[in-house]
Design a protein around this ligand. Structure first.
Ligand SMILES: Nc1ncnc2c1ncn2[C@@H]1O[C@H](COP(=O)(O)OP(=O)(O)O)[C@@H](O)[C@H]1O
Ligand SMILES: [Mg+2]
Length: 153
């Protein structure tokens, strides 16, 4: 049987603003095994993004646990938290929100590798390899992301 990589146990999130409380996620549990893809489907506002943010520590957890590769990561902080980002990271959907327009694409793609202590040369090599795997020329690493708005009337 394949190993369990990620486990959510009774995840709950309550947002509090002033006197109002909102239970955005209510007792969600699931397991992700090696080699599996898991999709979370639900109507807008049903708590999908909040679950993903709790799993990756971008949002605090009101209740429940997150177990990554057998380790309880629910309350980890600091150096330990930085280390888990080798194994779990958010990939945001919107490319124009994911890239900083003041940085080259290469710097943007390689940022998480540099944060892990990988050398500049090795990062550049991996960035070029990734661009080529995506069907893009490696020279794109030196370009800046730009958006072109077209409007039709
Ligand atoms: N930071 C926040 N503060 C208060 N309420 C929030 C916050 N983030 C999300 N919510 C609320 O939590 C609910 C779930 O949101 P979200 O997880 O973004 O849903 P989904 O990704 O499924 O569209 C929504 O009602 C949303 O308005
Ligand atoms: Mg969402």
């Amino acid at each position: 049987m394949a190993d369990t990589i990620l486990k959510a146990e009774h995840l709950t999130k309550t947002f509090i603003s002033g006197k109002k409380t909102l239970k955005a996620v209510d007792d969600v549990s699931f397991e992700l095994k090696q080699g599996e893809c898991l999709g979370i489907v639900g109507e807008s506002g049903s708590g999908k993004s909040t679950i993903a943010k709790m799993l990756t520590h971008l949002e605090s957890i009101t209740d429940g646990k997150v177990i990554l590769k057998g380790k309880d990561i629910t309350n980890i902080k600091g150096k330990e938290l930085r280390e888990i980002y080798r194994d779990i990271q958010m990939v945001f959907q919107m490319p124009m929100e994911s890239f900083d327009s003041r940085c080259t694409l290469g710097d943007g793609i390689g940022e998480s590798l540099r944060n892990m202590g990988i050398s500049r040369t090795e990062t550049r090599r991996k960035v070029e390899e990734l661009l080529e795997r995506c069907g893009l020329e490696k020279e794109y690493a030196d370009r800046y992301p730009q958006i072109v708005y077209l409007s039709c009337v």
